[in-house]
Design a protein around this ligand. Sequence first.
Ligand code: NAP
Ligand code: MG
Length: 495
Amino acid sequence: MELKSREYYAKTAENLKLHTDPFINGEFVKGGGKAFDSVNPATGQVVATLSANTAEEVYAAEKIARAAFEDGRWSGKDPAERKKILMKLGDLIEENLEELAVIETIDSGKPIFDNVTGDVPETAETFRFHAEAIDKIQDAITAGDAAHLSLVVREPLGVVAAIIPWNFPMQMAAWKMAPILAAGNSIIIKPSSLTPLSILKIAELAKEAGIPDGVLNVVLGSGSVVGNALAEHPEIEGITFTGSTVVGKDLLVRSGQTNAKRVFLEMGGKNPCVVMPDCKDLDRAAEEAVNAVFWNMGENCSSNSKLIVHKDIHDELVKLVVEKTEALKTGDPLDPEMNLGALVEVPHMESVLKHIRLAQEEGARLLCGGEKIGDGNFITPAVFDGVTSDMTMFREEIFGPVLGIMTFETEEEAVRIANDTEYGLQASLFTDDLTTAHRMSRKLKAGTISVNCYSEGDIGTPFGGFKQSGFMSRDNSVWANQQFTELKTIWINLG
Ligand code: NAP
Ligand code: MG
């Protein structure tokens, strides 16, 4: 879609009709919990005041979702019918692309450019991909003995809860909703309290597309009240989560203490970008490395916040990285010219600024950026050189626009530095040698390895983490559809 002017998007923002209540049983219904504000991170202004749910209301939503599951209004529909409805939802998202993009920008601070060209079209594509898979995934007959017929079939889990972060609110919601619904489950989804608005619009469109009432429910409120009620619910069959490692691990504990609900976790990352000395196109490597760390202001679980470069090409690559970083524009996220928008909230911005100060105190050299600018939550992208593995910035996920550069001398050392982390979500590798690319891709411990580019793959490839970046979970691809099902063996005596 063609990009419009800042004025056009600002006007769209003024005329938005926003939903501000939870969506339960096909209706927007005021919650009885403590109301909360959605704040525009670029201006500090309140965009909307929303009503939140109480724990009791979450329990009531579960009963509604379960009744919808049990009576088969969705779980029992012909796969081709479910497919048609989810395809229609993809179309409706595209028809409402600009409105959704603007909602996402004023709620989260993400650049409008990214929302128009990436997040919204990819959200539509996510629904279409999983919709198309519905009537193509097949069950199996195993090679049993002649006296028996053995069928292996997949059935939906039942009621699945999804807890969503604020960094890609709409897209993360779609990554969960689409495969959960495609498999025939009912869903209760909880957005981050910082970014609840786009998901409510998607709920409106889902109803228009024909998803029956009660099958898709959006509950609102804090993690400690609403998230907790979902995590500790004694009957919800599954919970899928994208967010911090600390909350993710806590969900595992609470599943164990209640009904052993299936838990699927996508968590943090501290991802390396390794540039080998044989990499000839350093300009491309620098371009990709800069995008890899600063895309979405670094508020990205797969952000490549560590650039690990061979000492022989260090000076040339760093010069290019700094040039390209200084060319990035940070400011009003409704302006399509901006590469970086605002960080999601003031406390998070303060935490990023604290990390920048700490990196300097610990001896890393600031080459550019790292300044707070303007009235909103804006920080210019920062590049540090001379990072060592004992520094905080080497270990901790800053989740902001901060890059740390370090050097290596041998391939073995590069792999050791890249893998020296409790995380394992994504790694990028630049080399012109095919054998090196294959050999190192096998040695890097991460769910996605991108070679000669920065990427999370596409909707057809599974996305998820090794180590403490993930747990029994992959978003995207047909593997995601299958994980929201139980396997059942049906063993039939033919005698
Ligand atoms: P977060 O604090 O873990 O919050 C994520 C979600 O969990 C929010 O909806 C939050 O609700 C909820 N929550 C918080 N405490 C909870 C509790 N005790 N019980 C149940 N739910 C609870 O993470 P975030 O700050 O939003 O997101 C940033 C993190 O997400 C980063 O670590 C990032 O790496 C990770 N992330 C990972 C991926 C991936 O695919 N691996 C993708 C994106 C982000 P409230 O905020 O409303 O209280
Ligand atoms: Mg907000």
